[in-house]
Design a protein around this ligand. Structure first.
Ligand code: SF4
Ligand code: SF4
Ligand code: FES
Length: 573
């Protein structure tokens, strides 16, 4: 039901049941928020969103207060502005003054609020929070002195990711955020998804950088610098650089990376095509053997760690095929080393990815051969953008170039795997093509492309029913359990930790995150519509891989480079 309220002496329409904030935003009136997150219930913790409501003694928090008929609201009165300003001044009173060196400089919400509220002097001084730097995680850094206790990270970890790895610890002025028993991150159940980093308004949580290490290696003349980037990375770099993405930009990134000093450049889509092919092989084998248990796709490293910690019973059902990053890395240290006549230990292999957990994955046991890692260093899209800026490359004025042979291209199905449900669709499409020698109608995968934390469908191929399920964000695991309890059976199950898939990965740009997720999805689906090489079995690189290199290259012939193993992990809580 719609009714009228008065805001700043102007009548606007509000809807019964919505909050004051929602009514204001719908009518183009913006007020600041800090602890609030879209799609989460409000906590009212920070009070930055206060407004004045006629007849109420106290200011009310717009993010949690339901709107009522004929309310008279003032959003920017002197009283409101003073209250907001004081809140931010209090937050700044014990904050370290190191904005210039902070990871979130120019992306910090606290900094932006101070600027918007015209805070130009330090009026309130408090004892600085004791610095505590936790660098124990391979993916995430915690700087406790920058935490403003908004609680966003805790809620995301619990409600969106279901890992429950962090919480408020201590009382009063000693309150802080951390893992169980106040241990460091590496002792916790954190699965390195990085979604807490994406919502932290300050630099209290940020990614662990590998940029300096990469810069350092770029000057080692006796080392071959090889880089791979996933299909989504070019879209992310275009966003970071503020340019409109087009297909040519994929090749422009190759030129940029060469100018920076990388000797060989590959798209991780090559590894994705192998990943799809191998999983399709495992699936067909299980169907042939009438294996009852489902095969779980293991391309998401956060999901794999979650399963190892909290669902160890399914470890034997986790596909042993490595992730695209690790497959490409494995090929760089074997096939590329061999064909270029370079010792694998003389290759520095860098991966650029939209996923923060891949920093952890690269260090996993089983991701190296004879003591040599598949991937030596992992950078997020944000880190690569910094590197490009650092090298002063004018990306608007650069000729596109191909990637290096013999891994210069991949199928559009490889791009699909960056979206939740995409790898399942790619595997099914491939299995269908094997059987019928033509493309499956995309309508068959409509249910996999729909939204929601849990999706399922089935396909008849060669008189066999293949049932699949997609868990889009770990909250969907509850629905998977319910489906099992109801007696449903699946042949293949995909689990992605970040809702929406890698397009919502924590290695992607911060700015305009929500809008960009939709546009990333659209670009990938459009590319898949128009690309004639829409399956791994049509990609010349993938065909060569199986028909030539696997046969000719001794190290690759047993395919051990493509496979890994998993372990049960004991975590504290
Ligand atoms: S990285 Fe993910 S699992 Fe770890 S604390 Fe942050 S949200 Fe939780
Ligand atoms: S670490 Fe960041 S998101 Fe978490 S409570 Fe502190 S400021 Fe908020
Ligand atoms: S944004 Fe409303 S109380 Fe924090």
């Amino acid at each position: 039901m719609l009714f009228t309220i008065q805001v700043n002496n102007r009548k606007i329409k509000a809807e019964k049941g919505e909050t004051i904030l929602s009514a204001l935003n719908r009518n183009g009136i913006r007020i600041p928020t800090l602890c609030r997150m879209a799609d989460f219930s409000p906590t009212g913790a920070c009070r930055i969103c206060v407004v004045e409501v006629e007849g109420r003694d106290r200011l009310v928090t717009a993010c949690s207060q339901p709107v009522e008929e004929w309310m008279k609201i003032r959003t920017h009165s002197p009283r409101v502005i003073t209250a907001r300003k004081t809140i931010v001044e209090m937050l700044l009173s014990n904050h370290p003054d190191d904005c210039l060196y902070c990871d979130k400089n120019l992306n910090c919400e606290l900094q932006r609020l101070a600027e918007e509220l015209n805070i130009r002097e330090r009026r309130i001084r408090a004892k600085k929070i004791k610095p505590r730097l936790d660098q124990s995680s391979p993916a995430i850094v915690r700087e406790l002195s920058k935490c403003i206790l908004c609680g966003r990270c805790i809620r995301v970890c619990e409600e969106l990711i279901s890992a429950n790895s962090i919480d408020f610890i201590g009382k009063g002025s000693k309150t802080h955020v951390g893992p169980a028993m106040d241990r460091d991150f590496n002792f916790s159940s954190c699965i390195h998804c990085g979604q807490c980093v994406m919502v932290c308004p300050t630099g209290a949580l940020h990614e662990k950088h590998n940029l300096v290490e990469v810069q350092d290696y770029l000057h080692h003349n006796d080392i071959a610098k090889v880089i791979q980037y996933s299909p989504l990375v070019t879209i992310g770099i275009a966003e970071e650089m503020g340019i409109k993405y087009n297909k040519d930009f994929d090749r422009t990134l190759n030129s940029i990376l060469r100018r920076i000093g990388f000797n060989k450049i590959f798209n991780s889509g090559v590894g994705t095509d192998i990943c799809i092919t191998e999983i399709a092989g495992q699936l067909l084998e299980r169907i042939k053997n009438e294996t009852e248990d489902p095969l779980y796709i293991s391309a998401c490293p956060s999901w794999v760690k979650y399963a190892e910690q909290f669902m160890p019973d399914i470890i034997p059902q986790l596909s042993t095929v490595k992730s695209p990053q690790q497959l490409t890395g494995g090929l760089i240290k074997t096939l590329i080393a061999d064909s270029s006549g370079i010792m694998p230990e003389k290759i520095f292999s860098v991966s650029v990815t939209p996923c923060m957990a891949m920093k952890f994955e690269a260090r996993r046991d089983g991701m190296m051969r004879k003591g040599i890692s598949d991937v030596d260093s992992v950078m997020t899209v944000r880190e690569l953008a910094r590197l490009i800026r650092l090298y002063g490359i004018d990306i608007s004025n650069i000729e596109p170039e191909p990637a290096d042979e013999p891994m210069e291209g991949s199928s559009s199905a490889a791009g699909l795997t960056e979206i939740s449900g995409g790898i399942t669709e790619a595997v099914l499409r491939l299995v269908y093509f094997y059987e019928y020698k033509n493309d499956a109608d995309k309508q068959l995968f409509k249910r996999l492309r729909a939204g929601g934390a849990f999706r399922e469908t089935s396909l008849m191929i060669a008189n066999r029913k293949i049932a699949v399920a997609v868990v889009d964000g770990l909250t969907g695991l509850e629905k998977l359990r319910a489906a099992f309890n109801a007696g449903r059976k699946y042949n293949l199950i995909e689990v992605m930790t970040c809702p929406g898939g890698c397009i919502n990965g924590a290695g992607m740009p911060f700015a305009m995150h929500e809008i960009n997720i939709k546009s990333r999805r659209k670009i990938i689906y459009q590319a898949d519509e128009t690309d004639p090489i829409n399956l791994p079995c049509k990609s010349p690189v993938n065909i060569n891989m199986y028909d030539k290199y696997l046969k000719e290259n001794e190290v690759l012939s047993d395919k051990k480079v493509f496979y890994t193993h998993y372990i049960k992990r004991n975590v504290l809580l």
